[in-house]
Design a binder for this molecule. Sequence first.
Ligand code: GLN
Length: 231
Amino acid sequence: MPYSSSLKSRGRITVGILEIQGAFLEHQTAVTSAARSLGLEVDVEGVRQVSDIKPEIDGLIIPGGESTTIGLFLKRHHMLEPLRSWIQSSGKVTWGTCAGMILLAKGMENQKEGGQQSLQAMDVVVSRNYFGRQINSFEQEVEIVNPELITQTGSSANSSKYLGVFIRAPAVVRITEPSVHVLAYLKKGDADNKVIVACRQGNIISTAFHPELTEDTRWHRYFLNTIIANK
Ligand code: GLN
């Protein structure tokens, strides 16, 4: 029988990171470290122009930043339509963090006056700057409800708690399609008030917080595992 390591049978995967604005270098570091802990070989490629939106890319990260600026850039550089069709093509996995969550949403509250661009990918309504402009950033424990994210190995194994970093963060205020699943909540005020801060619909994941700014790489591992499951 020919030798085949788990690495070989899983193949190499290519992750694209939208490098327009925001914490893309931190995502690159986190993807690399998550890949190492999963024993995966991952190529990371920057996506800055239409020609970078290639079929070879298996998973795409849309980092945080300013959703209006990123949206405008995408429009000016004719990247909106190619990205929309890449996201919808079969087997592709997309993950938006913070501004990325806003860009992926089909519905938006508190958007910039005059409206803003969206990739129209996920059946949710997000509220931009949900936590208020005055609270620019904060860290708070998030309650993970997805078992796959809880049972992973590593320092945070079997914990449903995750320390989220929120920077002028959005939140999901409405789910408009039953195929959208909540991955994590944030408790606000009394215990019954749960705000949706991470969700998934098919192969599209979005988080309101910034996992690339913490040492805990389980969201990046979850993203890579989702790619593997779809390859
Ligand atoms: N609220 C910001 C926006 O509108 C997102 C902030 C962030 O990505 N850290 O894009």
